[in-house]
Ligand binder design. Structure first.
Ligand SMILES: [Zn+2]
Length: 523
């Protein structure tokens, strides 16, 4: 619902923009016409910052000193940027080397990228580049030209990034996926490199770090380094041209400035020391998806031994226990994960699923609702729909299923099937087909056909007769039981006593209307 409103509004904006004609927008120049106003741009970024971080693994919270360090470097660069925005910087708990900025200046850097950098100046090169994408409205412009907001299924212009949860997201939060997986154009990349290096220089960093970093990226892309390709390179493709252009910018700005190799090494020391634990965790997630619970268990134990405070490791132990139907144990692990990091959606979803499967729907409900506040998913809405249906609140159930069905995931499809089932029950006449048919003796039958995927029961029809001259109804039957049970694809016929049709025109005076029907046997 939310997405639709937002989409149509921005679509109108996009149309106006096309009519008005567009121009390029260097950071230092004011654009002639901005259709997404600055306040809208900031509010879009603010609204989508939480769901974007959630779907990327959540914030990396166990090393707050590291986060403050990244923030201090980001703030130094933001202070010298050409455009004042409410910039914000977080480190995400994700092993894929990646970084992104939303319209309005909300920026994130993955833990996985910090392993790969070697100095504060390189970190500054990444952050200043992202700051320019936000400052120059590279994301906001896509909204204006209608490149985004075509629905989550739209693939053009989206980078193929690793995102485990993207297809589960429902409603307005689907926009966040698009905002962080936008593939920037070559022009956007040149502009971000050029101004990013200027900001580095202004903040006292050696802009040469942007050249060496780009050289490293080109080398890694030639080596087909897969984690970079699904991460940073998907949205910011590296190239020899960028290296050449950055060298020219460097000649203009002049070498020299802070590198900060030692401070960087010190600040990421703890992170690098636990890298193996996260590698074990990532492998554990992968092997569990293949059903190898024993192997996943060993990897998860290895990870928790090295970093006992990591909520994601407890969550993995919970997932393994859940897969092995050790439900109470799974609940314990999820509870621990929630205690360690209360603002991450997934252990709430999992707790809700387990509690509901244990026949404790009332306890499950608040967990599922909390998860939807953090990241609305088809899974949570689907289970909430089942809980509502279970207590006989069919209207609520239909609403929840409908929201869940906004996702292309398996849970979204299952929710759609449940929704249709309830809709059929609430208005069977809309779905069953009924007509009057005659055999070659002229006997007339009320025929009902069930084109739906579900079995219906107690199908009652009413037969109405129309006057040959006035074409108005002149007689009708009481409700007649046409079928006690009618399976999917099945047909039932009921002889109408005392009437005959000897020609087609006679038959056309009869109408058969489905009066009511029920779902056969609740699942
Ligand atoms: Zn870029």
């Amino acid at each position: 619902m939310m997405l639709k409103t937002e989409t149509s509004k921005l679509f109108m904006v996009a149309m106006l923009f096309l009519l008005a004609g567009c121009g390029t927008n260097p950071v230092t120049h004011k654009r002639e016409l901005q259709l997404v106003s600055e306040s809208e741009e900031i509010s879009i970024g603010q609204k989508n910052y939480v769901p974007a971080r959630q779907q990327q693994g959540g914030d990396y919270i166990i090393d707050p000193e590291l986060t403050s360090y990244v923030q201090s470097v980001g703030n130094k660069l933001a202070a010298v940027a050409d455009r004042r925005l409410p910039y914000e910087f977080v480190v995400l708990n994700n092993s894929v080397p990646n970084a992104w900025a939303m319209p309005g200046g909300k920026t994130a850097l993955n833990r996985g990228l910090l392993y790969e950098l070697n100095s504060e100046a390189e970190l500054a090169a990444v952050l200043s580049h992202e700051i320019v994408h936000a400052a120059a409205r590279h994301g906001a412009q896509s909204m204006e030209t209608g490149m985004l907001l075509q629905g989550a299924v739209m693939a053009t212009g989206l980078a193929a990034q690793d995102n485990r949860y993207a297809d589960l997201i429902v409603g307005g939060a689907q926009l966040s996926t698009q905002l962080i997986s936008k593939k920037y154009s070559r022009d956007d990349e040149s502009e971000a490199d050029l101004y990013g290096m200027r900001y580095m220089k202004r903040a006292g960093y050696d802009p040469r770090a942007a050249v060496t970093l780009q050289e490293t990226f080109v080398r890694l892309s030639k080596d087909h380094n897969s984690s970079f390709i699904e991460g940073l390179f998907a949205s910011h493709p590296p190239s020899e041209e960028r290296v050449t252009a950055n060298k020219a910018t460097l000649a203009e700005l002049g070498e020299g400035g802070i590198w900060g190799k030692e401070i960087y090494a010190q600040k990421v020391g703890r992170l690098k020391a636990t890298r193996a634990a996260y590698k074990a965790y990532d492998e554990g997630v992968q092997v569990l998806a293949k059903g190898e619970t024993g192997k996943a268990g060993l990897l998860a134990k290895q990870a928790t031994a090295a970093e006992p405070r990591e909520a994601r490791f407890q969550e993995l132990l919970g997932d393994i226990a859940m897969k092995q139907s050790r439900n109470e144990e799974a609940l314990d692990y999820y509870r621990r994960a929630i205690d360690m990091q209360p603002d991450y959606f997934r252990p709430y979803v999992q707790t809700g699923i387990v509690l509901n499967s244990l026949g404790r729907p009332a306890e499950a409900e608040p967990y599922l609702k909390r998860s939807n506040e953090l990241l609305p998913t088809a899974t949570s809405y689907y289970v909430l729909g089942q809980i509502a249906e279970g207590r006989g609140d069919l209207n609520t159930a239909m609403v929840q299923y409908q929201v869940a069905a906004g996702s292309e995931s398996d849970d979204g499809k299952s929710a759609m099937a449940r929704y249709q089932r309830l809709e059929i029950a609430s208005n069977p006449a809309k779905f069953l087909r009924a007509s009057a048919q005659a055999d070659n003796m002229g006997y007339i039958y009320a025929v009902v056909y069930n084109p739906t995927s579900v079995t219906v029961a107690n199908v009652y029809v009413r037969v109405v007769h129309f006057n040959e001259e006035t074409r108005q109804p002149d007689n009708q039957s009481d409700p007649l039981l046409a079928a006690a049970k009618l399976s999917s694809g099945q047909r039932a016929q009921l002889l109408l006593p005392g009437v005959r049709a000897y020609k087609q025109a006679d038959l056309e005076l009869f109408r058969v209307i489905v009066e009511r029907a029920e779902l056969a046997g609740r699942r």
